[in-house]
Design a protein around this ligand. Structure first.
Ligand SMILES: [Cu+2]
Length: 394
């Protein structure tokens, strides 16, 4: 409230000052100063040069930004279709860059060239068919080509042949974590329904479905290099978006429906860590961390852990308070390592059985406690009875 009052007072003061200067100007009648509200040739010249200055600022800042932050963009794609996506993206960038470079230049040049001048008059013409045709046809053709190429890329990426040998994995989104389910030996995911969520069956897998018997639920995603992985996404609560930037993959996870995306990983995690650009990036991050650690330790805190690269599955839809932290580690293994890792996992059916078995002895223990208590009460009653009988006999 106080700050609001302060702001109001400041605004009123500014208005008062402005009014005072106006009154002061009005009292200067007859002085030689130019107080006309109409722009003079001099004003127009100044405005023209300032516009050129702004054009230079746009150009310099664009080039500076590219040089300074261009390296932060995602580098080598880690999936087969990633090259196609990057190609489409790069073509779009180059087009935007060239078009904006030319049109901004023309815009400011014409503003400068035709700036107001006492002796100049504007040329009036109602329309020019030739000009209209040029600025309609060129963008239409360019956009049509871009869209067609984009559609071709999209269809190529999204097409999964029914007979193709793919690995079926479900990605399950919920506030605020990811869970993955592997289809197991039969490579068919069992049915699932949110109403069946109970205990360790956190994904609501329908255990009466024969296909669900060998399904495996994990919290770290492993996929093999060089094999097509077909992801099926579900969401438990709100809209999420499965985003794997290094694989150039993103798909919304919508409650009540199954969405999908497939890709072939081309670098294992350790291969990707060894790429020259990544080695440099890791070294740079660790250098920054080391500097920060010195600062932290000086203040009595703990040093930061060194960074190492991992592929990530992120959520790319703002889905709530902890959205920023909704992520899962993705590990790309060699096919052999992947097989070994998967074979060490227990199936969901086994997990449910183990949970039930763990619960049963606990309940047994509860019954024992109950009976011990009953025995104690019985013993106390017996003792009291004996004492009463003894007293009666006396
Ligand atoms: Cu989310």
């Amino acid at each position: 409230m106080t700050s609001l009052l302060v702001i109001i007072v400041l605004v009123l003061l500014a208005v008062a000052l402005w009014q005072l200067t106006k009154i002061f100007d009005l009292t200067q009648v007859g002085s030689s100063s130019d107080d006309s509200q109409v722009a003079s040739d001099n004003d127009n010249n100044i405005q023209g040069y300032i516009m050129f200055g702004f054009l230079a600022f746009i150009y310099i800042f664009t080039i500076y930004g590219l040089l300074k932050w261009g390296g932060l963009a995602l580098h080598t794609p880690a999936s087969e279709h990633g090259l196609l996506v990057d190609n489409l993206m790069n073509i779009t960038w180059v087009l935007i860059f060239v078009v904006q470079f030319i049109t901004q230049g023309l815009l400011y040049w014409f503003s400068f060239k035709n700036r107001g001048h006492k002796d100049k008059k504007a040329l009036f013409f109602a329309d020019s068919n030739k000009l209209e045709a040029i600025w309609s046809i060129i963008p239409s053709v360019v956009l049509a080509c871009l869209i067609l190429y984009g559609l071709y890329a999209w269809n190529n990426i999204m097409f999964v042949d029914k007979d193709e040998d793919v690995i079926e994995i479900e990605l399950y989104a919920q506030q605020f974590k990811w869970t993955a389910r592997y289809a197991g030996q039969d490579n068919v995911l069992g049915k699932a329904n949110v109403r069946l969520i109970e205990g360790v069956n956190t994904l609501g897998v329908d255990m009466s479905d024969p296909n669900a018997q060998d399904d495996i639920v994990v919290s770290e995603l492993h996929i093999p290099k060089g094999k097509k992985v077909h992801f099926k996404m579900r969401s438990q609560d709100v809209l999420h978006s499965a985003y794997m930037p290094h694989f150039r993959a993103q798909m919304n996870c919508v409650p009540g429906m199954v969405t999908e995306f497939a890709f072939i990983p081309t670098y294992t995690t350790s291969e990707y860590r060894e790429l020259p650009f990544m080695v440099e990036k890791i070294a740079n991050i660790n250098k920054l961390r080391a500097e920060k650690s010195v600062e932290l330790v000086a203040k009595g805190g703990t040093a930061l852990d060194p960074y190492t690269f991992d592929y990530l599955l992120l959520c790319n839809k703002i889905c709530g308070a902890s959205h920023y932290n909704m992520q899962m580690k993705v590990v790309v293994d060699t096919p052999e390592d992947y097989k070994k890792w998967l074979s060490e996992k227990t199936t969901l059916a086994q997990d449910i059985k183990a949970a039930a078995a763990a619960k049963a002895p606990a309940e047994g223990a509860k019954t024992t406690t109950d009976s011990t208590a009953k025995d104690t009460v019985k013993a106390v009653i017996d003792t009291v009875k004996a004492v009463v009988a003894k007293v009666a006999m006396k």
